[in-house]
Design a protein around this ligand. Structure first.
Ligand SMILES: Nc1ncnc2c1ncn2[C@@H]1O[C@H](COP(=O)(O)OP(=O)(O)OP(=O)(O)O)[C@@H](O)[C@H]1O
Length: 804
């Protein structure tokens, strides 16, 4: 057993070869011959059932024994390789002319050969049945996988629709809520303003009330003053009346006095008359004077008394007059005082009027303010009502919102459940996908035939490529035809010249997806120059439908990584691009533009930047000093691809106008971490466009081109050496013989998922190269590499996203 196979993990029971080996073992046990010499060991791989023969004679004798004993007993005989070889090499013994003896020996030999043939047919049938069984298992697994994928996609679409609907509803509700909230805020603001206005109005009312009270007080005091003035006026009027009465009394007294005076004067006149009478009488009396002197004296005395009396009366009158004047002065002063009082009363009245007016004005202001207050109160009541209403509606909206929130959280729970289911489904899908890949073999080979080009020798010869129509090799078989002879090949998939770029990509999209799941994935295109490798890998990026696998894979990687964000995955991508030209590595993303010159110098003088390839324990490849660029979008990678395309070594050959003269290696390192599960994955996607193989005789190359072609052919032959060594499970695999094989070591000999495209030209003149390519591809197809291993771990607290 080789060192490589010792290191390999135990093979799964589903492994095709071990199952065939087991079948053999079982069959042998059934036969019960006990002749299990080396079968279990040697047929364990299913590919080399026979060990080399050391002693052919013994083996032939064994075969003879076998044919003689078991063949007759059981009808089924098994042969080892040694036995078969011994049988084939068996020489007839006996004398030269013992024809009978030889005849018998020949008959015996023919019988053994028939038995051997019968055994071969049985083994072949067993193989075919097993193959059919495996095919059926594969188909059912694929069907299951497709169904699961369909269900997942459907569920995803439904969930996306649900999420969109919910998001729209939430937005609407949030808008409504925001509207309601703003209305509520407006109402609150309005209420606040109204409250302020109310407070101001109340303050105003209070101040007005105070003023009113003051005015009323003033009014009361004024009224009191008016009342007191009125009282005084009344009293003065009364006094005036009493004075007038007194005056009139005095006038009456004066009149009485005047009457008395008149009476007195009348009396005086009477007296004078009396006097005259008396004088006459005097005369008479003179006579009587004497007689009457006495009477005269008496009369004089009387007169004196009367004069005294008149004087007294005059004094009295004077006194009365003085009294009257005094009274008059008093009346005048009282009148003046009354006038003054009247004046002051008038002033008070005016003041009172003024105050009344002011009071009226104040009352009017008060009433208008009251009216205003009433309106404001009305408005306040309306605003409060509105506020209540908006509070109610806000409550309703809030309740509705809460309800919606509850529904939403329910839906979110359901969504989370569905997402969990999705994750589970995704896990199942990955598992199934990996099982399928394991069943299919870890290094798979797809064949692609390009269409005939105008420059090809179309129509001059018969077509060289055909596709068998049998169900068994549908989409998997290809036949090369030359001179009526068919050379059939079967691969994992055969794409005809009509297959579009998209259809090709569909077949590898799952493999690309594996890189995101933490696998190392390697896809490379192999074929003669001009067979469509660059078209397959890069395509024509300017025409979207003709985009090749590299841009399509990157688009898928970025799109899927975006989608996986919903499941908590965060990815970091780093891209690097290099070419191997004449066994020298060139960094295609180097900013140092002189690298091309370096290259020429390095080739010619053996100097220049040396990029060293190293593999670590995890099977990760590092190229020292290589530019690694962090990329976040397809746009960034596209511009890097453009930059690389411009730096690539391209030349014109007789077979291709723009021939890639180097191996182009695009590497995308993917580091993912799941924030929810703390799971970490590290995948690598290697996309390689190999330089075209070319026969020197056909290439017509000379000088540098010849050197290039030789370098290309050498590295490709190193690649085939590696593949052959792997196929033969040799102890030593010459990975280090070329930069290309050393770079691809983890993909070819490690735990990567590797896919090779073998590109074929349908041009009849390329038949030779095509058959070489197909034979090489068939060899690769039979090659086993390690079981793909996913690079996954759990994130520790302080770990960072980094490349190993
Ligand atoms: N499937 C296809 N459909 C249409 N045209 C194709 C297809 N495959 C290849 N071609 C055309 O064939 C020509 C050669 O293809 P391409 O340059 O891809 O070959 P190549 O194998 O990369 O050659 P080299 O090894 O010399 O670089 C190009 O003009 C390309 O457009």
């Amino acid at each position: 057993m080789s060192t490589r196979s010792q290191n390999k993990p135990p093979r799964s029971p589903s492994s095709k070869n071990s199952r065939i080996g087991d079948l053999h073992l079982e069959k042998r046990r059934k036969v019960g011959t006990g002749r299990m010499v080396g079968v279990a060991n040697n047929t364990g791989r299913g590919r080399q059932p026979f060990s080399s023969v050391n002693n052919r004679q013994d083996a032939a004798a064994n075969a003879g024994d076998l044919a003689g004993t078991e063949g007759s007993e059981c009808g089924t005989v098994e042969f080892t390789k040694e036995e078969v070889e011994a049988l084939l090499n068996e020489k007839f013994k006996g004398k030269k002319f013992d024809l009978k003896g030889k005849m018998e020996q020949m008959n015996d030999h023919i019988r053994k050969l028939k038995l051997c043939l019968q055994w071969f047919q049985e083994v072949e049938e067993g193989h075919i049945k097993e193959k059919e069984k495996l095919c059926n298992t594969l188909e059912s697994a694929e069907r299951k996988c497709t169904e699961t994928e369909m269900a997942m996609k459907k569920m995803e679409v439904e969930l996306n629709l649900l999420i969109t609907e919910l998001t729209a509803k939430t937005t609407l509700l949030q808008e409504n809520l925001a509207k309601e909230e703003s209305e509520k805020l407006d109402a609150i603001e309005c209420q606040r303003r109204e409250k302020e206005a109310k407070v101001v109005a109340e303050k105003l009312q209070a101040s007005l009330k105070e003023e009113l009270e003051k005015a009323e007080q003033e009014k009361i005091s004024a009224n009191q003053r008016v009342t007191s003035l009125n009282d005084m006026y009344k009293r003065l009027q009364e006094y005036n009346t009493s004075l007038q009465q007194y005056n009139s009394k005095l006038q009456t007294d004066l009149a009485t006095t005047n009457e008395t005076l008149k009476r007195v004067e009348n009396e005086k006149a009477t007296i004078v008359q009396n006097l005259s009478t008396l004088r006459s009488h005097y005369n008479a009396l003179q006579d009587q004077l004497t007689a009457s002197r006495a009477s005269q004296d008496e009369a004089v005395k009387q007169k004196e008394t009367l004069v005294k009396e008149v004087g007294c009366l005059r004094g009295e009158l004077q006194q009365v007059r003085e009294d009257r004047d005094r009274q008059l002065t008093q009346v005048q002063s009282l009148t003046a005082e009354i006038a003054r009082y009247r004046e002051s009363t008038g002033k008070s009245v005016a003041e009172l009027d003024n105050l009344t007016l002011k009071s009226n004005a104040l009352e009017e202001t008060c009433s208008s303010q009251r009216e205003q207050i009433r309106i404001l109160q009305h408005q306040l009541a309306a605003a409060t009502e509105k506020l209540k209403m908006s509070d109610l509606s806000a409550l309703e909206t809030r309740a509705e919102f809460e309800e919606k929130k509850r529904v939403m959280s329910e839906l979110q729970d359901r969504l989370a459940d569905a997402e969990l289911q999705l994750i589970e489904g995704e896990k199942l899908r990955k598992k199934l996908h990996n099982t399928i890949l394991e069943l299919k073999g870890n290094i798979r080979v797809f064949c692609r035939v390009r269409p005939l080009l105008p420059d090809d020798g179309a129509g001059t010869e018969m077509p060289v490529v055909s596709y068998p129509a049998s169900m068994e090799s549908q989409d998997r078989g290809i036949e090369l035809i030359q001179s009526g002879q068919k050379y059939p090949f079967t691969f994992d998939k055969v794409f005809t010249h009509e297959t579009s770029q998209e259809d090709v990509f569909v077949e590898i999209s799952q493999l690309v997806q594996s890189a995101l799941d933490g696998y190392k994935v390697c896809i490379f295109a192999y074929g003669q120059t001009g067979s469509g490798k660059t078209y397959t890998m890069m395509g024509m990026p300017e025409a979207p439908e003709k985009k090749g696998l590299i841009p399509r894979s990157l688009e898928q990687i970025f799109q899927t990584s975006q989608l996986l964000q919903a499941q908590g995955w965060k990815y970091k991508m780093q891209a690097s691009m290099l070419e191997i030209y004449n066994e020298t590595i060139r960094d295609l993303l180097s900013v140092n533009r002189s690298s091309a010159l370096d290259l020429v110098r390095s080739e010619n003088c053996g100097v220049g930047k040396q990029y060293a390839i190293k593999h670590d324990a995890n099977g990760n490849t590092h190229v020292s000093d290589l530019t690694i660029v962090d990329v976040c979008s397809i746009k960034e990678v596209s511009s890097l691809l453009q930059q690389a395309a411009q730096s690539r070594s391209v030349g014109k050959t007789q077979m291709n106008e723009h021939s890639s003269r180097s191996h182009f290696v695009f590497t995308l390192r993917i580091s993912g971490v799941n924030e929810n599960t703390e799971q970490q994955v590290q995948g690598v996607l290697n996309l390689i466009d190999l330089a075209g193989s070319e026969r020197l005789s056909r290439s017509g190359a000379t000088g540098d081109r010849l050197k290039e072609t030789q370098a290309i052919n050498k590295s490709l032959s190193c690649l085939s050496d590696v593949i052959f060594a792997l196929a033969k499970k040799e102890d030593h695999v010459p990975f280090r013989n070329s930069k290309l094989t050393y770079l691809l070591q983890p993909c070819l000999g490690g735990d990567s998922k590797t896919l090779m495209f073998v590109n074929i030209s349908p041009d009849p003149s390329s038949f030779g190269e095509s058959i070489c390519s197909l034979r090489f591809a068939a060899r690769v197809n039979s090659c086993e590499i390690g079981i793909p291993r996913r690079q996954t771990s759990m994130r520790s607290l302080d770990s960072r996203l980094s490349y190993g």
